[in-house]
Design a protein around this ligand. Structure first.
Ligand SMILES: [Zn+2]
Length: 343
């Protein structure tokens, strides 16, 4: 029986050495050390042995088993190492090859303009406010002196979601919300954001665009304060040599209402095709907050007054950088956008 075990050991160790992969090695393990293997078989036959022989053969069988197991383990390790070497060889890379350049992105032109406008007004003590793009009919229209059925609602074709919910047509609802929040306290804020109108897209119209509106409410606010703020804005945005002028206009939420022009940069006010010969270019709408709007927001119009203004960052960017089509901002042509990346 001793010889039988020794032979099995030699045979198994040879097969272990011959195994070419882990699958073959596993087969050897099952064949020799498995429950149905010859060593188990030998151990089962030990009952027939004498008392003296039993411990000797038992020990030997265990030794043989251990030898085979050790051989399998070390073979397994060397197979794994070989596989790793092969993988490293296959995945070898040439670190001296030149790298592929990384494409560097940058903020969108509109983002830059919005930030410029924000910085400018923060410098004048205004705070930045934001509000929901899906707005209630109340805040979008009613709280701004536009009750249901008001003809001026037609000025802004809207995307309604339900009877009472719509995509906001301007950022003015943020002003109404802020006034309610302030609960009678003075307000000095601008609200930049996206707005939506049912417009057919062309060179100057887009169904989605951005707006920046501003609002200042306090005691003794006058039209001259509005003019001072707008003048500061225009000169910082377009250059100190620009003049401004205010023309009477109409907006339902302000009274009186004005539109602000700046002197044309292209012809310096002499008249050209950009300013259609007038020497002036329209920039924004503004006015003194309508007493009804103040009252609805909880301010006593006899004590408080205020001004509001609204501008289109797209229009400002178009004038400032000579962009001729509003669609450039939204069609994401990388050649257009790249020109305005700040380095
Ligand atoms: Zn001009």
């Amino acid at each position: 029986m001793k010889e039988q075990l020794k032979e099995l050991e030699t045979e198994a160790l040879e097969k272990v050495q011959l195994a070419e992969d882990t699958k073959a090695l596993q087969d050897v393990r099952v064949a020799y050390l498995g429950k149905k293997g010859p060593i188990t078989e030998v151990l089962r036959g030990m009952g027939r042995l004498s008392k003296e022989e039993r411990p000797v053969i038992g020990q030997l069988a265990n030794e043989v088993r251990e030898h085979i197991q050790d051989a399998i383990d070390s073979k397994q390790n060397s197979l794994e190492e070989a596989a790793l070497d092969k993988q490293l060889e296959e995945e070898k890379l040439d670190v001296t090859l030149p790298g592929r350049p990384v494409q560097v992105g940058g903020p969108h032109l509109l983002t830059n303009i919005l930030e410029e406008i924000e910085d400018l007004f923060i410098g004048m003590g205004f705070e930045i406010k934001e509000g929901p793009e899906v707005e209630t009919d109340y805040y979008n229209f009613e709280a701004l002196n536009l009750p249901k059925g008001h003809p001026a609602r037609d000025m802004q074709d809207s995307f309604y979601i339900t009877e009472e919910l719509l995509l906001r047509t301007h950022t003015s609802p943020v002003q109404a919300r802020t006034m309610k929040q302030k609960d009678g306290e003075p307000v000095r804020m601008i609200c930049p954001g996206k707005v939506y109108r049912r417009d057919t897209d062309d060179a100057t119209h887009s169904h989605q665009f951005t707006q920046v509106e501003g609002l200042l409410v306090d005691k003794n606010v006058r039209m001259s304060d509005l003019k001072g703020v707008l003048n500061t804005f225009a000169k910082q945005m377009f250059g100190s040599e620009r003049d401004i002028r205010l023309r009477p206009s109409f907006f339902p939420f302000t009274e009186p209402s004005v539109e602000m022009d700046i002197s044309c940069k292209v012809c310096d006010g002499k008249g050209c095709s950009v300013c259609k010969g007038t020497g002036w270019i329209e920039i924004l709408g503004a006015g003194m907050v309508h007493p009804n709007v103040l009252e609805m927001a909880g301010y006593d119009p006899d004590v408080y007054s205020g001004f509001a203004f609204g501008m289109g960052p797209e229009r400002i960017a178009m004038l400032k950088y000579g962009v001729d089509d509003i669609r450039h901002f939204y069609t994401n042509d990388i050649r257009f956008l790249k020109q305005y990346h700040k380095v």
